[in-house]
Design a protein around this ligand. Structure first.
Ligand code: ADP
Ligand code: MG
Length: 418
């Protein structure tokens, strides 16, 4: 088999690693991949938002399945282009990807289908936003409607902070000027959890849940990032909670997709807030999470390719997935300054010295030049370990982190400590 993975992050390296682990004969391609994917895949340099070009690559390389990592190509309709050309692709079509690409669409969908979510109002101008804010109690949450790479949400503590954010959106146009919608919603209290499923619209299979750490510094201080670490399963997870999530959130979502004729085939990710009134949906993502994938897939014992093929063929009902009971934990090594400005091109040393430690290194922002591995992004590496206990997994991960070095290496020291 020949399989192509679109994307360049830690999530995509993890997907390639998992596919290779289960199917050693498979020839892998990464578009464009990163400094770590060269070992297992042929890397094809291309922008992930060139669907026609990528489809041509798939034809030229005789690819039997393409797997899309990030949300942007899905929102731009890469799966529609592939399907028109009768190429097999794992990831929802544009209409379904709107559940992530437009938060107002997702909120209306949830309201329509009685899925628990924070009460909200929608504005489409600065003045409209101010009018809503004038009658709100604070804190409240302001969300830019479109994709914003994790920078589109503000939990506003007071009116001034809220106005500042509105000015950035409407005056400075930090997210561009194509989409002028914002959502203003109630601030929920509770703990967050990521719950992911495979679905083909007919049926679904849940993955093991994960808890990620968004803030850049220990004790959840500092600005939000793409994710600084993750572990699975979350400590507060149990069967009762899982049943509640499925009954109140997952099943109504699948029924809603069916009712609204949204053909959804891929991964659906529920960003949940576990409130006193039960699980509430903060957002949908239409793809694997990053770094959730780095802790979820090492626990998956079944063959991922078989599941993905069943999803694309809408035969998921015949499948099941086995998961290991192990605990899994991942810590991100980032560049100093991330999520703000940071430098790249720093040599990463020590990778060869950790081969005997029982950890998996997933590359994210790295590149390979003249035999050296260099930093090339904000999040650089994800160090993952599985073990019988979180203490053991943490020990393995942090031991490896001590050995890996690059100038400006930054990481959180409290992953898995709660
Ligand atoms: N209604 C809410 N109440 C409290 N916190 C929220 C709410 N909505 C979002 N958040 C916080 O903001 C973060 C980002 O919001 P989310 O909807 O997941 O958007 P995105 O991931 O696209 O930035 C969440 O992980 C959560 O910490
Ligand atoms: Mg989120």
């Amino acid at each position: 088999m020949r399989i192509m993975v679109i994307g360049s992050g830690g999530r995509e390296h993890t997907l390639l690693w998992k596919i290779k682990n289960d199917n050693s004969e498979t020839k892998l391609f990464a578009v464009p991949g990163n400094g770590g994917t060269h070992d297992i895949a042929e890397c094809i340099p291309a922008k992930t938002v060139q669907p026609e070009y990528i489809a041509d690559m798939a034809i030229k390389n005789n690819i039997s399945l393409t797997v899309v990592g990030p949300e942007v190509p899905l929102a731009e309709g890469i799966s529609d282009v592939f399907q028109q050309k009768e190429l097999k692709i794992f990831g929802p079509i544009r209409k379904a990807a709107k559940l992530e690409a437009s938060k107002s669409f997702a909120k209306e969908f949830m309201k329509q289908n009685k899925i628990p979510t924070a009460n909200f109002e929608i504005a489409d101008s600065y003045d409209g936003g101010i009018q809503i804010l004038e009658r709100r109690v604070f804190p409240c949450v302001i969300k830019y409607d479109g994709l914003a790479a994790g920078k589109g949400v503000l939990v506003a503590n007071d009116f001034d902070e809220a106005i500042d954010f509105l000015e950035k959106i409407y005056r400075d146009k930090i997210f561009g000027d194509k989409n002028n919608k914002i959502i203003i919603e109630d601030c929920l209290e509770g703990r967050e959890m990521s719950y992911l499923i495979f679905t083909d619209t007919v049926d679904f299979i849940p993955m093991v849940p994960a808890k990620d750490y968004k803030r850049v510094f220990d004790n959840d201080e500092g600005p939000n990032t793409g994710g600084m670490g993750c572990y699975s399963p979350p400590s507060l997870f149990n069967q009762e909670l899982e049943e509640l999530i499925q009954k109140n959130v997952v099943v109504p979502t699948i029924k809603g997709l069916q009712k609204e004729n949204i053909d959804y085939r891929g991964v659906l990710y529920f960003g949940l807030m576990l409130t006193q009134k039960g699980p509430y949906v903060l957002e949908y993502n239409v793809r694997f999470g990053d770094p959730e994938t780095q802790v979820i897939l090492p626990r998956m014992e079944s063959n991922l390719v078989e599941i993905m093929e069943a999803v694309t063929e809408q035969s998921l009902k015949q499948c099941s997935i086995r998961w290991s009971n192990k605990k899994s934990l991942c810590v991100i090594l980032a560049s100093a300054g991330y999520p703000g400005k940071y430098e790249v091109g720093k040599e990463i040393k020590g990778l060869e010295k950790i081969k005997d430690l029982d950890v998996i290194i997933f590359h994210a922002g790295t590149t390979r030049e003249n035999g050296k591995t260099l930093t090339a992004g904000g999040r650089v590496l994800a160090v993952t370990a599985t073990a019988n206990t979180f203490t053991e997994a943490r020990d393995k991960v942090y031991k490896a982190i001590d050995i890996i070095d690059f100038e400006g290496k930054h990481y959180r020291k409290d992953i898995g400590l709660e």
